[in-house]
Design a protein around this ligand. Sequence first.
Ligand SMILES: N[C@@H](CCC(=O)N[C@@H](CS)C(=O)NCC(=O)O)C(=O)O
Length: 220
Amino acid sequence: MITLHHVPFSRSFRVLWLLEELGLDYEVRSYSIRDGSLRTPDFLSLSPAGRVPALDFGEGTVICESGAIVQYLCETYPDAGLAPGPGPADRARYLEALGFAETMASLIEFLNLQHVFLRDPADASPVVIKLTTARLRATLTGMEAMLEGREYLLGERFSAADAMMGFNLFAVPYYVKMEPFPRLRGYSERLASRAAFRAARARDGEQDFYDRDFYPVPEV
Ligand SMILES: N[C@@H](CCC(=O)N[C@@H](CS)C(=O)NCC(=O)O)C(=O)O
């Protein structure tokens, strides 16, 4: 049995979503970022950096890093056609999107740290928040341009890159207003209407870190 080690509303959602897209049977083991459960010896033996996702594929195969897991699943189930094979155009765009998704996610993670996870006596830095939010907005501007004339990142067809990138877009609105990005809003709606996305949300669980809908940049 496949087991996904998961934190609700975290990057492990990308894998949860892909497991649903692939129609696989799997178990979900849920953790919280706040309660130390990602730092136990048992969890660290699966995920050396104490991060989710970790996917236990059975028979001793445990993989961390959402991009690697996504690629591993696409290669293990090639008939699903969720990742273009080696070749010129689509493959280049697909690989680029996997990396771009992490560029964006690391900015979201940094804002999560500043706005949500820092505790007294540590102080969030308004300057760092302002700069990081501007850098996140710049990635959105780039993506808005990339989506011109496209339903999904690779064109007409959904791919695993959309699960990698698409997840980010559900976290971004906590930090950036989406009105200036009509293509991204349409893209997010298309992704959220997929049956596999809805099935994954039903198994995701409740997040326990955001306690409001929007976190503005503080006055500097
Ligand atoms: N590059 C890694 C990042 C994984 C990661 O940082 N996951 C976060 C949740 S989104 C995590 O486990 N954080 C726990 C912590 O930092 O203690 C991936 O894509 O899987």
